[in-house]
Design a protein around this ligand. Structure first.
Ligand code: FNR
Length: 362
């Protein structure tokens, strides 16, 4: 099966089937409500800088697509909306354009539609090993990218028979690529990144990590549906078994931020409140993919509507935590309960020290 055809299958399944599920770890995190914020909502400044450019609020649409003629419109709608609202955007894996230069324009159209926002390129770690570090510059030039994400999706690869599970050498390839013209973002795709891997990535020269943790789109789940469709019962069982495998997103944010990475919090970030929780947990940016897929099949104004809903909820969460700007939100007190708290504690983090203690010790 061609890369481009597989990508269309992924989009169809993500649109038509329930690909989330499991549990939602952001429900275990709550920002402490302030009844007397003592600021006016209108004076809240939610702007930030990312990759040297200003964003209206700390958010990005993470990489989904490109590579098949039918995906160009989705990318253009996402790009027009991201440009209008002032957020960053990633493209999907550019592998298909390396295999067939005719589909390059399904990616380059993004930069034409969004001239001034941060655009992030995308390639899988296994392809990076095969192509060599020079490929990063080529991918960046294709879309005038501000950074290129190297995606780590070994869970998804493991549950499909044609999966590429040659993980050896990926870290060396990332290290070699991190000396290039544009920054590398290490990115999972729904199973999260732990502190051990974050420390190794930082040591290899990566500064930005998109955790893409467990709690949102399950790529193991997507592959389970694909396996069912082609009558491959064994792979379908595998896909369902590993549906909720991985590091829950809020945990992954704490793990990677504690290692010193600049963190993008994604994987189940389903509202501006989840973005605000992410910033308080230590992330620089929140990000999401799936919630923008259906609007992008409809039109750019539908994507703008979805982004504005995130922005409004984010600014409201800032107001209700008395956070006039992002540095105030970064130190806003929060609580962590339930399974997420247990995981953090088992991993050696004191969730109390993460919240009020932190404020008292300032
Ligand atoms: C993705 N994602 C993805 N990631 C990546 O690095 N390269 C890619 O080509 C794709 N393709 C892709 C297609 C579609 C249809 C979706 C929904 C997602 C993964 C995405 O960027 C993100 O990491 C995960 O989906 C988790 O975030 P959400 O969807 O839970 O917000």
């Amino acid at each position: 099966m061609t890369t481009a055809k597989r990508k269309l299958d992924h989009i169809r399944i993500c649109l038509d089937r329930g690909v989330e599920g499991g549990w939602q770890p952001f429900e275990d995190v709550a920002l402490v409500h302030r009844a007397l914020p003592e600021i006016d909502a209108a004076e809240i400044d939610s702007r930030c800088r990312f990759l040297g450019k200003e964003l209206a609020f700390p958010f990005m649409i993470t990489g989904m697509t490109g590579g098949h003629p039918e995906t160009k419109e989705i990318n253009v709608n996402l790009a027009l909306a991201a440009q209008e609202v002032g957020v960053a955007m990633g493209v999907g894996s550019q592998r298909a354009a390396l295999e067939n230069s005719e589909v390059e324009e399904t990616f380059s159209a993004v930069r034409d539609a969004a001239p001034t926002i941060p655009i992030i390129g995308n390639i899988g770690a296994v392809q990076l090993v095969r192509e060599g570090p020079e490929v990063i510059d080529r991918l960046a030039e294709m879309i005038e990218a501000d950074a290129v994400a190297v995606h780590l999706n070994f869970l998804q690869e493991s549950v499909q028979p044609e999966g590429e599970t040659e993980a050896r050498g990926a870290m060396a390839a990332i290290r070699a690529a991190s000396d290039g013209r544009v920054p590398i973002i290490a990115k999972e795709t729904g199973a999260g990144i732990c502190r051990e891997d974050a420390l190794a990535l930082l040591e290899a020269g990566v500064e930005v990590i998109d955790v893409a943790g467990m709690g949102g789109t399950s790529w193991s789940g997507v592959e389970a549906y694909r396996a069912e469709e082609r009558g491959d019962g064994e792979s379908a069982v595998m896909g369902r078994l590993f549906w909720s495998w991985g590091v829950p997103t809020p945990v992954s944010v704490v793990e990677c931020a504690s290692a010193g990475a600049e963190v993008i919090s994604s994987g189940g970030v389903r509202s501006g409140i989840d973005v605000a929780k992410s910033i308080a947990l230590g992330a620089r940016l929140g990000g999401a993919a799936l919630p923008f897929l259906r609007p992008a099949t409809e039109g750019s104004s539908e994507v703008v509507g979805a982004l504005r809903a995130y922005e409004r909820a984010f600014r409201t969460a800032m107001f209700l935590t008395a956070s006039r700007d992002l540095s105030a939100l970064e130190s806003a007190p929060f609580i962590v309960v339930g399974r997420t708290r247990e995981i953090l504690e088992e991993r050696g983090f004191d969730s109390k020290k993460l919240s009020i203690y932190r404020e008292m010790s300032r």
